[in-house]
Design a protein around this ligand. Sequence first.
Ligand code: MN3
Length: 210
Amino acid sequence: MPYEVPQLAYAYDSLEPYIDAQTMQLHHDKHHGAYVNNLNKALEGHPDLAALPIEKLLAKINEVPEAIRGAVRNNGGGHANHSLFWSLMKRNDGAKPKGALLAAIDTAFGSLDQLKAAFNDAGLKQFGSGWAWVAIDPNTNALSVLARPNQDSLYMEGKVPLFGNDVWEHAYYLKYQNRRAEYLEAWWNVLNWEAVAARYDDVLASIPVG
Ligand code: MN3
């Protein structure tokens, strides 16, 4: 079965005013749609690869035939990154992380505010297109802030993304134009901390700890 763009669990306008409805519609339907179409096209004739969960396909990127490796890296990365992005957003009305997730944040960064500052800085300094991430190291469970260019997936380097923000201009330009810093700051209002906490628990339960 080919890869598919997951349906949004919320309306295009439900992240307003932080992310506008038109951006959500174009970003989800058109941009993510194009990654999925191009990924499926690249994998025609490779049913063994096309059958893998997207995270596994990216983790095996070096085993993907060279002729399609770039297309899989870019479009498969785009599919994985956006699928996670949509699943972790919701207007949070000022909610904050708690419990084990908050403890992990405090251990890694000192405080939630320090995490936000490091994450926003990573997103702002990412030259051109890319993503800011909070990554989980599967060997130590430690959290870290990273930035990666284009659609490069953390799964390609053996890390697990906890959450990330898209700093491609298509993610914010209609509303924020050149003001990426303002977008990064506003985006914290639509991070669904309950969903992030659930993901954190799932990831820790599913990865081997060294
Ligand atoms: Mn995008």
